[in-house]
Design a protein around this ligand. Structure first.
Ligand code: SF4
Length: 386
Protein backbone atom coordinates (compact mmCIF):
# COMPACT_ATOMS: atom_id res chain seq x y z
CA UNK A 1 0.00 0.00 0.00
CA UNK A 2 1.50 3.36 -0.92
CA UNK A 3 1.42 6.31 1.53
CA UNK A 4 -1.46 8.04 -0.31
CA UNK A 5 -3.58 4.91 -0.04
CA UNK A 6 -2.73 4.78 3.64
CA UNK A 7 -3.83 8.39 3.91
CA UNK A 8 -7.29 7.42 2.61
CA UNK A 9 -7.71 4.97 5.48
CA UNK A 10 -5.91 6.85 8.22
CA UNK A 11 -7.32 10.26 7.36
CA UNK A 12 -10.87 8.91 7.48
CA UNK A 13 -10.08 7.11 10.76
CA UNK A 14 -9.01 10.41 12.35
CA UNK A 15 -12.36 12.06 11.69
CA UNK A 16 -13.72 10.81 15.01
CA UNK A 17 -11.22 12.81 17.03
CA UNK A 18 -12.41 16.37 17.60
CA UNK A 19 -9.61 17.53 19.85
CA UNK A 20 -7.57 19.08 17.11
CA UNK A 21 -9.25 22.03 15.51
CA UNK A 22 -6.47 24.52 15.98
CA UNK A 23 -7.56 27.28 18.31
CA UNK A 24 -11.20 26.43 18.35
CA UNK A 25 -14.04 24.49 16.85
CA UNK A 26 -16.75 26.97 16.12
CA UNK A 27 -20.19 26.33 17.55
CA UNK A 28 -21.14 26.67 13.88
CA UNK A 29 -19.38 23.38 13.10
CA UNK A 30 -21.41 21.20 10.72
CA UNK A 31 -24.46 19.67 12.31
CA UNK A 32 -24.74 16.93 9.72
CA UNK A 33 -22.83 13.69 9.69
CA UNK A 34 -21.93 14.30 6.04
CA UNK A 35 -20.35 17.58 7.10
CA UNK A 36 -18.22 15.67 9.58
CA UNK A 37 -17.11 12.99 7.17
CA UNK A 38 -16.67 14.61 3.81
CA UNK A 39 -12.95 15.43 3.75
CA UNK A 40 -10.89 12.44 4.83
CA UNK A 41 -7.39 13.61 5.68
CA UNK A 42 -7.86 17.36 5.26
CA UNK A 43 -10.14 19.22 7.63
CA UNK A 44 -10.98 22.86 7.98
CA UNK A 45 -10.34 24.09 11.48
CA UNK A 46 -11.72 27.44 12.51
CA UNK A 47 -9.44 29.74 14.47
CA UNK A 48 -10.61 32.07 17.23
CA UNK A 49 -10.48 34.95 14.73
CA UNK A 50 -12.83 33.05 12.43
CA UNK A 51 -10.13 32.16 9.90
CA UNK A 52 -10.42 28.74 8.26
CA UNK A 53 -7.25 26.70 8.62
CA UNK A 54 -6.83 23.54 6.54
CA UNK A 55 -5.19 20.79 8.60
CA UNK A 56 -3.96 17.36 7.73
CA UNK A 57 -5.60 15.30 10.46
CA UNK A 58 -4.44 11.75 10.40
CA UNK A 59 -3.76 8.68 12.51
CA UNK A 60 -0.29 7.22 12.45
CA UNK A 61 -1.90 3.80 12.57
CA UNK A 62 -5.42 2.48 13.12
CA UNK A 63 -4.16 -0.90 14.31
CA UNK A 64 -5.09 -0.96 17.95
CA UNK A 65 -4.68 -3.39 20.79
CA UNK A 66 -7.35 -1.69 22.87
CA UNK A 67 -11.05 -2.46 22.91
CA UNK A 68 -12.76 0.84 23.58
CA UNK A 69 -16.46 0.12 23.14
CA UNK A 70 -17.26 3.27 21.15
CA UNK A 71 -14.31 3.24 18.75
CA UNK A 72 -14.32 2.13 15.14
CA UNK A 73 -10.64 1.15 15.45
CA UNK A 74 -11.04 -1.19 18.41
CA UNK A 75 -9.08 -4.43 18.14
CA UNK A 76 -12.01 -6.73 17.40
CA UNK A 77 -13.42 -4.74 14.45
CA UNK A 78 -12.78 -6.06 10.98
CA UNK A 79 -11.91 -2.91 9.08
CA UNK A 80 -9.16 -1.96 6.61
CA UNK A 81 -6.03 -1.32 8.67
CA UNK A 82 -2.87 0.56 7.82
CA UNK A 83 0.18 2.10 9.47
CA UNK A 84 2.59 4.73 8.21
CA UNK A 85 6.32 4.61 8.51
CA UNK A 86 7.47 7.87 10.15
CA UNK A 87 9.21 8.96 6.94
CA UNK A 88 6.11 8.25 4.82
CA UNK A 89 3.90 10.32 7.05
CA UNK A 90 6.36 13.21 7.15
CA UNK A 91 6.68 13.16 3.35
CA UNK A 92 2.90 13.12 2.80
CA UNK A 93 2.46 16.07 5.16
CA UNK A 94 5.32 18.04 3.61
CA UNK A 95 4.00 17.42 0.12
CA UNK A 96 0.52 18.68 1.05
CA UNK A 97 2.08 21.66 2.82
CA UNK A 98 4.24 22.55 -0.19
CA UNK A 99 1.21 22.35 -2.47
CA UNK A 100 -0.56 24.81 -0.18
CA UNK A 101 -3.30 22.32 0.68
CA UNK A 102 -2.67 22.37 4.41
CA UNK A 103 -1.40 24.90 6.94
CA UNK A 104 -0.95 22.50 9.81
CA UNK A 105 -0.88 18.90 10.93
CA UNK A 106 -2.66 16.94 13.64
CA UNK A 107 -1.10 13.56 14.40
CA UNK A 108 -2.86 11.02 16.52
CA UNK A 109 -2.73 7.27 16.62
CA UNK A 110 -4.25 4.06 17.80
CA UNK A 111 -2.00 1.95 20.00
CA UNK A 112 -0.23 -0.77 18.04
CA UNK A 113 1.81 -3.00 20.33
CA UNK A 114 3.06 -0.86 23.19
CA UNK A 115 1.97 2.71 23.81
CA UNK A 116 5.58 3.79 24.16
CA UNK A 117 6.57 2.12 20.88
CA UNK A 118 3.72 3.79 18.96
CA UNK A 119 4.41 7.14 20.61
CA UNK A 120 8.07 6.83 19.64
CA UNK A 121 7.14 6.43 15.96
CA UNK A 122 4.66 9.30 16.15
CA UNK A 123 7.39 11.49 17.61
CA UNK A 124 9.83 10.32 14.94
CA UNK A 125 7.42 11.53 12.24
CA UNK A 126 7.02 14.86 14.04
CA UNK A 127 10.81 15.26 14.32
CA UNK A 128 11.27 14.55 10.61
CA UNK A 129 8.68 17.20 9.84
CA UNK A 130 10.32 19.81 12.03
CA UNK A 131 13.82 18.92 10.81
CA UNK A 132 12.61 19.41 7.23
CA UNK A 133 11.76 22.99 8.14
CA UNK A 134 8.04 22.59 8.74
CA UNK A 135 7.12 25.53 11.00
CA UNK A 136 3.34 25.25 10.66
CA UNK A 137 0.81 24.32 13.32
CA UNK A 138 1.54 20.87 14.73
CA UNK A 139 -0.78 19.12 17.15
CA UNK A 140 0.36 15.86 18.73
CA UNK A 141 -1.74 13.39 20.64
CA UNK A 142 -0.29 11.99 23.85
CA UNK A 143 -1.20 8.32 23.76
CA UNK A 144 -2.50 6.67 26.93
CA UNK A 145 0.57 5.01 28.46
CA UNK A 146 3.19 7.30 26.86
CA UNK A 147 6.36 7.71 28.93
CA UNK A 148 7.03 11.03 30.73
CA UNK A 149 10.04 11.84 28.52
CA UNK A 150 7.83 11.29 25.46
CA UNK A 151 5.31 13.78 26.80
CA UNK A 152 8.13 16.30 27.18
CA UNK A 153 9.36 15.63 23.67
CA UNK A 154 5.84 16.06 22.27
CA UNK A 155 5.56 19.44 23.99
CA UNK A 156 8.93 20.47 22.60
CA UNK A 157 7.94 19.63 19.02
CA UNK A 158 4.28 20.60 18.96
CA UNK A 159 2.26 23.78 18.92
CA UNK A 160 -0.40 22.01 20.94
CA UNK A 161 -0.77 18.60 22.58
CA UNK A 162 -3.85 16.73 23.72
CA UNK A 163 -4.77 13.73 25.82
CA UNK A 164 -8.31 12.50 25.46
CA UNK A 165 -10.09 11.98 28.78
CA UNK A 166 -13.17 10.65 26.92
CA UNK A 167 -15.47 10.61 29.97
CA UNK A 168 -15.95 12.63 33.12
CA UNK A 169 -16.25 9.62 35.40
CA UNK A 170 -13.55 7.06 36.05
CA UNK A 171 -16.22 4.37 36.27
CA UNK A 172 -17.46 5.06 32.72
CA UNK A 173 -13.91 5.09 31.40
CA UNK A 174 -13.24 1.69 32.99
CA UNK A 175 -16.42 0.26 31.52
CA UNK A 176 -16.12 1.68 27.99
CA UNK A 177 -12.36 2.17 27.56
CA UNK A 178 -10.73 -0.46 29.76
CA UNK A 179 -7.18 0.38 28.58
CA UNK A 180 -7.33 3.98 29.83
CA UNK A 181 -7.06 5.51 33.27
CA UNK A 182 -8.31 8.98 34.03
CA UNK A 183 -5.62 9.50 36.65
CA UNK A 184 -2.85 8.83 34.14
CA UNK A 185 -4.43 10.96 31.43
CA UNK A 186 -4.75 13.92 33.79
CA UNK A 187 -1.16 13.32 34.92
CA UNK A 188 -0.06 13.49 31.26
CA UNK A 189 -1.77 16.88 30.90
CA UNK A 190 -0.09 18.07 34.11
CA UNK A 191 3.30 16.92 32.88
CA UNK A 192 2.73 18.58 29.51
CA UNK A 193 1.89 21.82 31.29
CA UNK A 194 5.02 21.62 33.40
CA UNK A 195 7.18 20.83 30.36
CA UNK A 196 5.75 23.77 28.43
CA UNK A 197 6.37 26.18 31.30
CA UNK A 198 9.93 24.89 31.74
CA UNK A 199 10.52 25.46 28.03
CA UNK A 200 9.18 29.02 28.29
CA UNK A 201 6.11 28.14 26.21
CA UNK A 202 2.49 28.94 27.01
CA UNK A 203 0.88 25.55 27.65
CA UNK A 204 -1.57 24.69 24.89
CA UNK A 205 -3.47 21.60 26.00
CA UNK A 206 -6.72 20.12 24.84
CA UNK A 207 -8.84 17.10 25.50
CA UNK A 208 -11.91 15.47 24.07
CA UNK A 209 -14.92 14.06 25.88
CA UNK A 210 -17.57 11.93 24.25
CA UNK A 211 -21.12 13.17 24.65
CA UNK A 212 -23.93 10.68 25.00
CA UNK A 213 -22.05 7.37 25.09
CA UNK A 214 -22.01 7.15 28.88
CA UNK A 215 -24.31 8.35 31.65
CA UNK A 216 -22.46 11.66 32.18
CA UNK A 217 -24.70 14.69 32.25
CA UNK A 218 -23.77 18.13 30.96
CA UNK A 219 -23.27 19.12 34.60
CA UNK A 220 -20.57 16.42 34.92
CA UNK A 221 -18.85 17.46 31.69
CA UNK A 222 -18.83 21.17 32.46
CA UNK A 223 -17.62 20.53 35.98
CA UNK A 224 -14.72 18.51 34.60
CA UNK A 225 -13.92 21.26 32.10
CA UNK A 226 -13.95 23.99 34.71
CA UNK A 227 -11.78 22.05 37.15
CA UNK A 228 -9.19 21.46 34.46
CA UNK A 229 -9.28 25.11 33.33
CA UNK A 230 -8.88 26.30 36.91
CA UNK A 231 -5.82 24.12 37.42
CA UNK A 232 -4.22 25.28 34.19
CA UNK A 233 -4.40 21.77 32.75
CA UNK A 234 -6.49 22.65 29.75
CA UNK A 235 -6.78 25.39 27.17
CA UNK A 236 -9.81 23.95 25.52
CA UNK A 237 -12.20 21.04 25.92
CA UNK A 238 -13.71 19.51 22.81
CA UNK A 239 -17.05 17.78 22.91
CA UNK A 240 -17.67 14.95 20.52
CA UNK A 241 -21.24 13.75 19.99
CA UNK A 242 -21.24 9.98 20.18
CA UNK A 243 -21.58 8.48 16.71
CA UNK A 244 -22.79 4.90 16.94
CA UNK A 245 -20.27 2.80 15.03
CA UNK A 246 -20.31 -0.46 17.00
CA UNK A 247 -23.26 -2.51 18.17
CA UNK A 248 -22.45 -2.96 21.86
CA UNK A 249 -24.79 -3.55 24.79
CA UNK A 250 -22.82 -1.02 26.89
CA UNK A 251 -23.69 1.76 24.46
CA UNK A 252 -26.84 3.49 23.23
CA UNK A 253 -28.51 1.48 20.43
CA UNK A 254 -26.94 1.92 16.96
CA UNK A 255 -30.05 3.66 15.60
CA UNK A 256 -29.84 6.46 18.20
CA UNK A 257 -29.22 9.81 16.52
CA UNK A 258 -25.91 11.44 17.52
CA UNK A 259 -26.56 14.20 20.08
CA UNK A 260 -25.24 16.96 17.83
CA UNK A 261 -27.45 19.68 19.28
CA UNK A 262 -26.41 18.74 22.79
CA UNK A 263 -22.79 18.94 21.65
CA UNK A 264 -23.40 22.46 20.32
CA UNK A 265 -25.00 23.60 23.59
CA UNK A 266 -21.98 22.26 25.46
CA UNK A 267 -19.66 24.31 23.26
CA UNK A 268 -21.73 27.40 23.99
CA UNK A 269 -21.66 26.70 27.73
CA UNK A 270 -17.92 26.09 27.55
CA UNK A 271 -17.48 29.57 26.04
CA UNK A 272 -19.38 30.92 29.03
CA UNK A 273 -16.96 29.20 31.40
CA UNK A 274 -13.80 30.25 29.59
CA UNK A 275 -14.62 33.74 28.36
CA UNK A 276 -17.66 35.06 30.22
CA UNK A 277 -16.85 34.33 33.85
CA UNK A 278 -19.67 31.84 34.38
CA UNK A 279 -19.26 28.88 36.71
CA UNK A 280 -20.73 25.50 35.90
CA UNK A 281 -22.81 25.54 39.11
CA UNK A 282 -24.55 28.68 37.87
CA UNK A 283 -25.65 26.99 34.68
CA UNK A 284 -26.77 23.61 35.94
CA UNK A 285 -27.53 21.59 39.04
CA UNK A 286 -26.24 18.04 39.57
CA UNK A 287 -27.86 15.58 37.19
CA UNK A 288 -29.00 18.25 34.70
CA UNK A 289 -28.40 18.70 31.00
CA UNK A 290 -28.49 22.00 29.17
CA UNK A 291 -31.78 22.74 27.44
CA UNK A 292 -31.65 22.05 23.72
CA UNK A 293 -34.18 24.68 22.66
CA UNK A 294 -32.26 27.79 23.74
CA UNK A 295 -28.67 28.79 24.25
CA UNK A 296 -27.25 28.44 27.76
CA UNK A 297 -26.81 32.16 28.35
CA UNK A 298 -30.42 32.94 27.54
CA UNK A 299 -31.41 29.97 29.68
CA UNK A 300 -29.42 31.41 32.60
CA UNK A 301 -30.84 34.91 32.06
CA UNK A 302 -34.42 33.64 32.11
CA UNK A 303 -33.72 31.79 35.35
CA UNK A 304 -32.28 34.92 36.98
CA UNK A 305 -34.71 37.82 36.60
CA UNK A 306 -33.25 39.34 39.80
CA UNK A 307 -30.04 40.14 37.89
CA UNK A 308 -31.83 42.25 35.27
CA UNK A 309 -32.24 44.80 33.87
CA UNK A 310 -28.56 45.67 33.55
CA UNK A 311 -28.00 49.43 33.28
CA UNK A 312 -25.72 49.71 30.26
CA UNK A 313 -24.44 53.21 31.05
CA UNK A 314 -22.68 52.07 34.23
CA UNK A 315 -22.58 48.25 34.27
CA UNK A 316 -19.24 46.58 34.80
CA UNK A 317 -17.63 44.48 32.08
CA UNK A 318 -18.65 41.33 33.97
CA UNK A 319 -22.27 42.50 34.25
CA UNK A 320 -22.45 43.33 30.56
CA UNK A 321 -21.22 39.85 29.74
CA UNK A 322 -24.29 38.41 31.44
CA UNK A 323 -26.62 40.09 28.95
CA UNK A 324 -27.82 37.79 26.15
CA UNK A 325 -26.33 39.03 22.88
CA UNK A 326 -23.36 40.83 24.47
CA UNK A 327 -20.00 39.08 24.30
CA UNK A 328 -16.50 40.18 25.33
CA UNK A 329 -15.89 42.27 22.21
CA UNK A 330 -19.19 44.14 22.45
CA UNK A 331 -18.82 44.66 26.20
CA UNK A 332 -15.41 46.27 25.65
CA UNK A 333 -16.81 48.37 22.81
CA UNK A 334 -19.67 49.63 24.99
CA UNK A 335 -17.33 50.56 27.85
CA UNK A 336 -15.04 52.37 25.43
CA UNK A 337 -17.95 54.20 23.77
CA UNK A 338 -19.52 55.42 27.02
CA UNK A 339 -16.20 56.99 28.08
CA UNK A 340 -16.35 59.17 24.99
CA UNK A 341 -20.02 60.05 24.65
CA UNK A 342 -23.60 59.58 25.75
CA UNK A 343 -24.95 56.21 24.70
CA UNK A 344 -28.09 55.92 22.61
CA UNK A 345 -30.13 52.92 21.52
CA UNK A 346 -29.26 53.73 17.94
CA UNK A 347 -25.57 53.91 18.86
CA UNK A 348 -25.73 50.53 20.59
CA UNK A 349 -27.33 49.07 17.51
CA UNK A 350 -24.65 50.58 15.28
CA UNK A 351 -21.97 49.14 17.58
CA UNK A 352 -23.41 45.70 16.85
CA UNK A 353 -25.56 45.05 19.94
CA UNK A 354 -28.39 42.76 18.79
CA UNK A 355 -31.18 44.74 20.43
CA UNK A 356 -33.90 42.24 19.64
CA UNK A 357 -32.03 39.85 21.89
CA UNK A 358 -30.46 42.16 24.45
CA UNK A 359 -33.15 44.83 24.97
CA UNK A 360 -35.41 42.79 27.29
CA UNK A 361 -32.47 42.56 29.69
CA UNK A 362 -31.10 46.11 29.72
CA UNK A 363 -31.93 49.73 30.45
CA UNK A 364 -30.20 52.84 29.16
CA UNK A 365 -30.10 55.78 31.61
CA UNK A 366 -32.91 54.16 33.51
CA UNK A 367 -35.18 53.63 30.52
CA UNK A 368 -36.10 50.59 28.55
CA UNK A 369 -36.04 50.69 24.80
CA UNK A 370 -39.33 52.07 23.52
CA UNK A 371 -40.14 49.13 21.35
CA UNK A 372 -39.46 46.97 24.36
CA UNK A 373 -41.84 49.07 26.44
CA UNK A 374 -44.49 48.64 23.80
CA UNK A 375 -43.88 44.90 23.87
CA UNK A 376 -44.06 44.81 27.67
CA UNK A 377 -47.24 46.90 27.75
CA UNK A 378 -48.92 44.90 25.05
CA UNK A 379 -48.00 41.59 26.66
CA UNK A 380 -49.14 42.75 30.13
CA UNK A 381 -52.34 44.12 28.58
CA UNK A 382 -52.95 40.73 27.04
CA UNK A 383 -52.37 39.06 30.37
CA UNK A 384 -54.83 41.36 32.15
CA UNK A 385 -57.53 40.57 29.60
CA UNK A 386 -57.30 36.83 29.92
S1 SF4 B 1 -7.12 3.32 22.20
FE1 SF4 B 1 -9.34 3.03 22.17
S2 SF4 B 1 -10.10 4.96 21.30
FE2 SF4 B 1 -7.92 4.86 20.80
S3 SF4 B 1 -7.85 3.89 18.79
FE3 SF4 B 1 -7.63 2.26 20.29
S4 SF4 B 1 -9.70 1.48 20.59
FE4 SF4 B 1 -9.85 3.46 19.62
Amino acid sequence: MNPWEKLEILGAAASYDHSCTGTGLSPEAPLTLEGRRRLPGIYLAQTASGRRLPLLKVLFTNRCRHRCAYCVNRAENEIPRAAFEPRELAEVALELFRRGLIKGVFLSSAVEGSAEGTMERLLAAAKLLRNAGFRGYLHLKILPGAAPEQVREAVRLATRVSANLEFAREKTLKRLAPGKEKRRLVAALALAREAALEAGKTPSLTTQVIVGAGPETDYDLLRLAQNLYRNGLLSRMYFSAYLPVNPDPRLPPPESPPPLRRERRLYQADYLLRLYGFRYEELLSPGENLPLHEDPKLFWARRHPEFFPVEVSRASYEELLRVPGIGPRLARRIIEARRRSILTWEGLKRAGVPLERAAPFITLYGRRRERQLAFYFSSSAKVSHT
